[in-house]
Write a protein that binds this ligand. Sequence first.
Ligand code: DQA
Length: 144
Amino acid sequence: MDELLLLNGPNLGILGRRETDIYGLATLDDIEKSVTAEVAERGWRVTAFQSDAESELIRVLQNGYGTVGAILNPGALMIAGWSLRDALANYPRPWIEVHLSNVWARERFRHESVLAPLASGAVVGLGALGYRLAARALLEISAD
Ligand code: DQA
């Protein structure tokens, strides 16, 4: 069965109880369920992984070259996650960067992502809905 990676970086494991005014009330479990429902029509399976450690995310990407694509919220690794960037450069499938919050409406240090130039696209500021929209985009991109 085709497999989609759903990757979340540092501090995203506590979604639902993390600065809920900024990140909302949805948990990673809720997000995983909504992405799973979105890609079910194509028969894709979702492998969800969250880590606060950059190396762990890299390991999953390196082991995931056979997947159909990835959705990645890198959290603050967007700012200087150079090793993650190198891993993404070698990931052979389309992937989409997601941020729950509108990073451009926030502090200056969040305005630039070192990863986004490698992404097929980005969804920013739409909360948990962003993950579902990213899944939809990957379905469209991967349609033949
Ligand atoms: C975030 C935005 C990042 O700047 C922040 O470090 C996060 C969450 C978001 O989803 O809005 O951890 O990626």
